[in-house]
Ligand binder design. Structure first.
Ligand SMILES: [Zn+2]
Length: 681
């Protein structure tokens, strides 16, 4: 699985990246065979509709006739196609690294090669259990005589490797002072997200079942009988579900008003009672009792606390073990790995899994992302792309600034702050100048040195945790990137007020240096506009030019902005796709970004006398996608982005120019009355 999922779960705790698109490798469920055949492509239509009635289907109709969802993929879209090309290139590079006898020990190339080789060494994997660290931890869990003892074992393991089930403490960017790090309380593994546990959708409910089967398989692999495994899963699943029920929903995770909750480290004593003391924090983490601490999800943590009683000791042990079995299943013995793959494939409705070596290569990419990113960028990122993209960013920013200057409803005070935020916005293109791995030493082992896959994984995790604790008192390194350069994506980072357009996306069809300017505008130009608008969406607007959570709005302006945001929520809420409804609140930040982004590039096209049709059709083709029904169910429940078809049709129906260019009239499918068209930026 790609790193986006990690980003998503860590987002509330460790800085917020608003990403352009989540690849839809969702955890959805398997449907009946008959249904799957008739619905294999849930969005494709039988006949080509008129542009005026369904712009997205009309523009993409011919391409949809040729597209087929690959057997080992949950969907087909341009993000997938380009990522697959990047993955093939990376597999080649990773293999070359693994064959390089002259690679210097500890170099990026050596580590990438060593991790890959140990991943492919199934014999050693089958003998290694959960690795030295994991085996020792599981032993401590078994030996714990009290909840306090169990929690201590968990906290010690977390400090070393950053793997949490019940609880953990780490450092990340302080929302109110983004130049400093602050302590975060993390944990409360819910297994599945709240949105899936409590979904009414049949495919999502099926996922809940498959998830429990998967946990049951892992318990059986670890020596439990069928009956023992079944009753254990029931207990653990009930606990996870209770935690999920009390945790924040997806829409709330983007709202700093809900996630920036300030405590003192010593407050853990009140929250967790005897299970966690200030002395324990000091001993294991070096945390002093009066240190400021942020709890992003208070409800979830309170629920964790309610379980920390000695009468629950056996349940808690089971929960902690199952959580570790799941976290490490892709890295340990063949049977566990297969159980994990069966789960992933069945929830996505896949006909077959990815080839084994590609799975290992994906794991190398997600665990040594910047090491792979450096190899990738050196070979595939063209330096002159940087200046061309920078000039597009400048164009979009100029239009945006002009809009801010002429925004009728905005007071001069708010306007000055908004313009300052725009002018200080940092743009990052391609790959970083400095690589994070240059700041620490990592030395993975090849099989001939006795290297084992899971031990290598734990070594990576350990070195990264050491880095977090060694640098916690230093000013935040604002040049750090949140997503790997080889990903086909782009993002806005609230804490650094920056946009990043990754090397992985700076390729056809997203960007083509030889294409007409209209085409690039409708594609990468609109992506740039989307990211810049994130600085001013309903979540981004709560951060100032420095990346700090601060209200820089006058009361009146804020109230009006919230009204405009509500109009965006209402406009999207309940829009239908294949019988499923978009959640307007959950997708509001992304929808505001889409609306702002396309609106800006249309203005640039008008200023330059470009053909608006090409811009609009380019935007429509960029978001073409075919999804398995399971993937769509999952996306609607757990993604903050609207599905591709909505990203195209809803956005265009809100643009006044669209009506003139295509002669859209009342009664047409794409028509929306002028007073109902949402518009903020
Ligand atoms: Zn976005």
């Amino acid at each position: 699985m790609r790193r986006f999922y990690k980003c998503c779960s860590k987002m509330a705790a460790l800085g917020m990246a608003m990403i352009l698109a989540f690849p839809v490798t969702g955890y959805a469920a398997e449907t009946e065979k008959e249904e799957q055949e008739t619905q294999e492509t849930v969005i494709q239509q039988e006949e080509k509709p008129d542009l005026q009635d369904d712009f997205y289907e009309a523009v993409n109709y011919d391409m949809f006739q040729q597209w087929e969802i690959p057997a080992d993929k949950a969907a087909q879209n341009w993000f997938y196609i380009v990522q697959e090309q990047n993955d093939e290139r990376l597999l080649q590079m990773v293999k070359e690294a693994s064959e390089d006898e002259d690679a210097e020990v500890g170099s990026d190339s050596y580590n990438v090669g060593a991790f890959y080789l140990t991943g492919m060494d199934t014999e050693a994997r089958d003998q290694g259990g959960y690795g030295e660290a994991g085996n020792a931890f599981l032993e401590k869990v078994d030996q714990a005589q009290s909840v306090e003892g169990l929690v201590k074992a968990c906290l010690t393991f977390y400090r070393e490797y950053g793997i949490a089930s019940l609880l953990g403490f780490t450092y990340g960017v302080d929302g109110e002072d983004s130049s400093q790090n602050v302590l975060y309380l993390v944990g409360g593994d819910t297994g599945l997200s709240k949105e899936i546990w409590f979904s009414d959708d049949a495919a999502n409910q099926k996922q809940v079942e498959l998830f429990q089967t998967y946990m049951q398989e892992l318990l059986k692999i670890n020596g439990l009988s069928e009956d023992e495994a079944s009753s254990t899963v029931k207990e653990v699943a009930d606990m996870m579900k209770a935690l999920a029920e009390n945790s924040l929903g997806l829409a709330d995770l983007y709202d700093p008003q809900k996630t920036y909750n300030v405590y003192k480290a010593s407050d853990v004593e009140e929250l967790f009672g005897e299970s966690v003391s200030s002395e324990t924090l000091e001993e294991i983490f070096g945390i002093s009792p009066d240190e400021k601490m942020i709890i992003s999800d208070v409800g979830c943590m309170e629920k964790v606390a309610s379980f920390l009683k000695d009468e629950n000791l056996e349940l808690l042990k089971k929960y902690v073990k199952v959580s570790l079995y799941r976290d490490l299943s892709p890295y340990v013995d063949t049977k566990s790995h297969e159980a994990q793959q069966t789960y992933v494939n069945s929830v996505n409705g896949l006909e077959e899994g990815e080839p084994y070596e590609q799975q290992i290569c994906s794991s190398v990419q997600s665990n040594l992302g910047f090491q792979c990113g450096k190899l990738f960028s050196e070979k595939y990122f063209q330096e002159d792309t940087r200046s061309q993209i920078q000039s597009m960013i400048d164009q979009v920013a100029e239009v945006f600034e002009n809009r801010l200057e002429n925004m009728e409803w905005m007071s001069p005070e708010t306007r000055a702050q908004a313009i300052e935020k725009l002018q200080t916005l940092d743009a990052r293109i391609g790959c970083p100048d400095e690589w994070p791995q240059e700041d620490y030493e990592l030395q993975l082992k090849r099989p001939e040195e006795g290297g084992v896959y899971v031990d290598n994984l734990m070594e990576i995790a350990h070195v990264q945790m050491e880095q977090v604790f060694q640098t916690k008192d230093e000013p935040v390194d604002k040049s750090e990137w949140l997503v790997y350069p080889q990903e086909v994506n782009a993002y806005y980072d609230t804490s650094t007020n920056s946009i990043t357009i990754l090397a992985g996306i700076l390729q056809e069809p997203f960007y083509d240096p030889d294409a007409e300017p209209e085409e690039n505008l409708g594609k990468i130009g609109a992506v740039i506009g989307h990211e810049i608008t994130h600085a001013f969406d309903s979540a981004g607007a709560q951060y100032d030019a420095e990346g700090n959570i601060r209200n820089w709005w006058t009361d009146e302006d804020l109230e009006y902005f919230q009204e405009l945001s509500q109009k965006v929520i209402d406009y999207y809420d309940g829009m239908e796709i294949a019988g499923l409804e978009v959640n307007g609140e959950q997708t509001v930040t992304e929808n505001i970004a889409d609306l702002g982004g396309l609106s800006c590039v249309l203005e640039i096209a008008e200023q330059n006398g470009y053909d608006l049709k090409t811009v609009m059709e380019s935007w429509a083709s960029l978001w073409a996608e075919e999804l398995r029904p399971e993937a769509l169910s999952n996306q609607i429940a757990t993604d903050v982005h609207s599905p591709g078809k909505i990203r195209v049709n809803a956005v265009l129906s809100a643009m006044d120019q669209f009506y003139d260019v295509y002669g859209i009239e009342e009664g047409d499918g794409m028509y929306c009355a002028p007073e109902e068209r949402p518009k903020i930026w």
